[in-house]
Design a protein around this ligand. Structure first.
Ligand code: ASP
Ligand code: MG
Length: 401
């Protein structure tokens, strides 16, 4: 098999841990596999480099930041290769450029445009273990670029896609994706399998395990993705296409998002163009709107509710206050959270939402807003009930079974 392994910052956070990764990679090699290893910078390293730059200015040039930050991953790649060679394995370390990763020119947040895998393929053919510095590529001008924070996951998925690898395994200090955050509900269970779409909907929970952009790319390129721990030999979670048997599972997980604030606009003129104007202005300020709810208008006016990240509420307020027309009054609340129930099985089963509402009602938790997609039900509730709601929902759908 041809495997792509990606080891995150914690997994390569010290020389002992790099040695541990070298042993794991050697074992996979001994089992007769070809392997490409993508690595992150040692944990804390990227932040340290950012701090170094900030010593001189709050606003360093992005091209120089890419030059600086890309070095963290190179250190790990070289050390892992050296560690493997010391054990008698044939290995070669490559930068993003050497691995053929071509990006656009947006420094510090570049997108991968294409990959020329010929150098990696040649090295594999020569029997080498290929180690690639993650998080980086090169643009058409020959300058080094980086792919945004957490971008090594994206490197790994893109490389797995370009090499048509049998699987892409992302190693961190967590052994997979759970039905909910085990710190909130100790009965949370590790999932064997989850679909790409469910994973994307559970993003806020999975963020520490898998970068969201990499899941989107895996879906697009049809890469079989595993989330595993480098500190155990546990199975991990497979993130893959939606399979037939997945529908039998009604709900895969429940997620809490505390970083939410609610905005409600009352007596909004019920005429074409108002929503367009409000949300264009919010977007122009870079405010990420999440849920949006509007009801049918009565007597020429309507109410419009939406949520924004808590730290963007002040900005959102300013935008709304700048309207001297068409909005009657506004009301906002930073002490809310969003609880979501996620599962592909909802598409084909009735009563999933009703069950969630009953679970909250039984605990006297008031639901302020509701929104749904094909595979998700989200509810805005008082922040102080967030964790309780998660436990009640986890129980209602028997996720511990
Ligand atoms: N080292 C980079 C970061 O800390 C990329 C990564 O680890 O994936 O964001
Ligand atoms: Mg990461």
């Amino acid at each position: 098999m041809l495997l792509v392994h990606k080891y995150g910052g914690t997994s390569v956070g010290s020389l002992e841990r790099i040695e541990n990764v070298a042993n794991r990679v050697a074992k996979v090699r001994d089992q007769g596999n070809d392997i490409v290893v993508v690595v992150s910078a040692m944990s804390g390293e990227t932040n340290k480099l950012i701090d170094y730059a900030m010593h001189f200015t709050q606003n360093p040039a992005k091209q120089e930041m890419d030059m600086l930050l890309s070095s963290g991953e190179r250190v790990t790649a070289a050390l892992l290769s050296i560690a493997l060679q010391a054990k008698g394995y044939d290995a070669v370390a490559m930068t993003g450029r050497q691995a053929g990763i071509i990006t656009d020119t947006i420094h510090t947040y570049a997108r991968i445009e294409s990959i020329d895998p010929s150098a990696m393929k040649q090295a594999i053919k020569e029997g080498k273990i290929v180690i690639v510095a993650g998080f980086q590529g090169v643009n058409k001008d020959g300058n080094v670029t980086t792919l945004g924070r957490g971008g090594s996951d994206l490197s790994a998925v893109a490389i797995a896609g370009a090499l048509k690898a049998d699987a892409c395994e992302i190693y961190s200090d967590v052994d997979g994706i759970y039905t909910t955050d085990p710190r909130i509900e100790p009965k949370a269970k590790k999932l064997d399998t989850i679909s790409y779409d469910e994973m994307l909907e559970m993003a806020s929970m999975g963020a520490k395990v898998l970068q969201n952009r990499s899941v989107e790319l895996a879906k697009k390129l049809d890469v079989k993705l595993y989330a595993k721990s480098s500190f155990s030999d546990n199975e991990g979670t497979l993130i893959t296409k939606e399979g037939n048997n997945m529908e039998e599972v009604l709900v895969s997980g429940v997620v809490l998002d505390k970083n939410q604030a609610r905005v409600t606009l009352r007596n909004v003129s019920d005429k074409p163009g108002i929503a367009a104007e409000i949300f264009t202005k919010l977007a122009d300020e870079g405010i990420n709107v999440d849920m949006i709810i509007q009801n049918v208008g009565i007597d020429g006016s309507t109410n419009l509710g939406f949520t924004v990240p808590g730290n963007e509420l002040e900005n959102a307020k300013k935008v709304i206050e700048s309207f001297d027309h068409d909005i009657g009054s506004m009301d906002f609340d930073n002490n809310v959270c969003k609880v979501s129930v996620v599962g592909v099985g909802m598409k084909s089963h009735a009563g999933v939402a009703a069950k969630a509402f009953r679970a909250l009602a039984a605990n006297n938790i008031n639901i302020q807003m509701i929104s749904t997609s094909e595979i998700k039900i989200s509810m805005i509730i008082d922040e102080k009930y967030g964790e309780l709601a998660i436990r009640m929902l986890h129980d209602a759908y028997n996720l511990d079974k």
